[in-house]
Every structure is written in structure tokens, then in C-alpha cells.
Design a protein around this ligand. Sequence first.
Ligand code: FES
Length: 67
Amino acid sequence: NSRCNNKVRMHEAKVVDMVDVEDIAEKAAFCRCWKSKNWPYCDGSHGEHNKITGDNAGPVVVKRKAT
Ligand code: FES
């Protein structure tokens, strides 16, 4: 099949995560490969995923602008 999620909260019809902006310190990396064991955050699992599949997935990093 062509689904991207084979791991995260499989029983849910749609996986949606809410993170309060105030809870992000300087920056946070959010998983986009669906393989993280610390969902919704990136734990580096994309590296192994990319190696096995030839994919090029990586996180989205949300950070504060330097003031
Ligand atoms: Fe999924 Fe890093 S673990 S993007």
C-alpha cells in the first residue's frame, strides 16, 4: 500500500497533534517520516528510514527568530 503512516496511533482516523507555541523553547524538530518513537518530535529515526528506502525525509524545525 502507499500509506506513509505504519506506526503512529494506527487506530485513529486522522493523526493530529497540537503543540503550544509557548512550550517550544528555542526550537523543536517535528517528525515528517512517521518513524519517530517520540512522535510528534523527530528522534533521528529518519536516518535509518532513508538508508533503507532511499527516501530523503527529514524533520521540520520550528525555531524562534534571534531577537
Ligand atoms: Fe521522522 Fe526525524 S524521525 S523526521
